[in-house]
Design a binder for this molecule. Sequence first.
Ligand SMILES: O=C(CO)[C@H](O)[C@H](O)COP(=O)(O)O
Length: 219
Amino acid sequence: MSNADEMKKAAAEAALEYVEDGMIVGVGTGSTANHFIDLLAGMKNRIEGAVASSEASAQRLRGHGIQVMDLNSTGTLPLYVDGADEATEHLHLTKGGGGALTREKIVAAASETFVCIADESKRVDVLGAFPLPVEVIPMARSYVAREILKLGGQPELRQGFTTDNGNIILDVHNLRISNPVEMETTLNQIAGMVTVGIFARRPADVLLLAGPDGVRTLR
Ligand SMILES: O=C(CO)[C@H](O)[C@H](O)COP(=O)(O)O
């Protein structure tokens, strides 16, 4: 494997091992998750359906003839498969590069097993080099930005972007996240904050990390 896209596809392929007959599968968002959706299409007659973490993924799933289900009618999902912007060996993640972090966090929380799929460029020792996305209620934009500045981060409005929930995204630069659980908890307390793109309180259960020599499984 030479390029990042081939590695993303290899990680997605490895995640198919976790799909069992009759499952309702939670499906994430982004280019790696898109590979997973396309591969899942080959098993569509064996699964009951899927819950999508974004309108974009729901559309792609439907395009393959996979039934998209409402999380309110499925109960706990056995499996959630999604990509990440950054991942540590502790399986702490940052997510939300595609702006779908809120629904991703909901589906991850409602799933028994969260399998994260990524190419090795996503592997980091400390989270925070990739600007951390946070979803914010529009009227709280300035207030939340000031609170983030106090924590040492540099918030930047994602221009021209509205989430599936009608909110804005601030991408936070220069935040060194040495204690992901603590930072996630602190940011979560800010009024007007909808979702923080740190997935540490509910980390991945399995990380499938694809490199030039194959896919490594971290648990
Ligand atoms: O969190 C996400 C979307 O909100 C994605 O999982 C993350 O941005 C990784 O994307 P890609 O697979 O395209 O590299």
